[in-house]
Ligand binder design. Structure first.
Ligand code: IMP
Ligand code: MG
Length: 183
């Protein structure tokens, strides 16, 4: 894996190799396929933009039941801190009424975003809401909401790459990096 990188004013060091993450995505996809193996009607895979774009694309390649891709854009972060206040920047690209939805998230930190989305989807008439996240910070997450599928757990540090950004940069990195000062 490559060595440390600088993004804006901060130095990040390699943390999880893309291949390791993809092996974890294989496992989570197998679990989702098992749960949805008898699905007749297309399930909605809801990609939470922008961070989840790379994860969603890797995950959906591995899913083998009928599904429809939808997107929503929310923001809660500014710099390297979670704000807790959720802004819906772009609404859901279709109707979820009476449909099963799998929310596809890059990382769950405080969980404020997932709590907001779960409520939002249920209020919009979704028949079932499941949460699938690539990464979870279990030390921070204290919500009652069940996270159905978690690919990998990470410590309470600022993570970059594989879709995750630091002030919009670094999303294209194919490995996960961590903020150096936090080690
Ligand atoms: P939460 O609402 O506090 O769970 O925050 C979730 C959102 O914050 C995620 O969708 C990410 O976009 C962003 N986020 C949380 N932790 C990190 C991180 O370590 N690096 C980059 N973005 C993060
Ligand atoms: Mg996100």
């Amino acid at each position: 894996m490559s060595s440390s990188i600088t993004v804006h004013d901060k130095v990040f060091v390699p943390y999880i190799k893309g291949e390791e993450l993809e092996a974890a995505i294989d496992k989570v996809a197998a679990r989702i396929n098992e749960t949805h193996k008898n699905e007749k009607d297309p399930v909605i895979l809801l990609c939470v933009l922008n961070g989840s774009i790379m994860f969603t694309s890797e995950l959906m390649k591995r899913l083998n039941f009928p599904l429809e891709l939808m997107t929503i854009k929310v923001a809660s972060y500014s710099g390297t801190r979670s704000g807790g206040h959720i802004q819906e920047i772009m609404g859901i690209t279709g109707s979820v009424l009476g449909r099963k939805v799998i929310v596809c998230e890059d990382i769950v930190d405080t969980g404020a975003t997932m709590v907001y989305l779960d409520k939002r989807l249920r209020e919009s008439g979704a028949a079932q809401v499941e949460i699938c996240t690539m990464l979870l910070k279990p030390e921070v997450y204290k919500q009652n909401l069940k996270l159905d599928y978690v690919a990998m757990e990470v410590p309470n540090r600022f993570i970059l790459g594989y879709g995750l950004d630091y002030d919009q940069l670094g999303r294209n990195l194919k490995d996960i990096y961590v903020l150096k000062d936090q080690i």
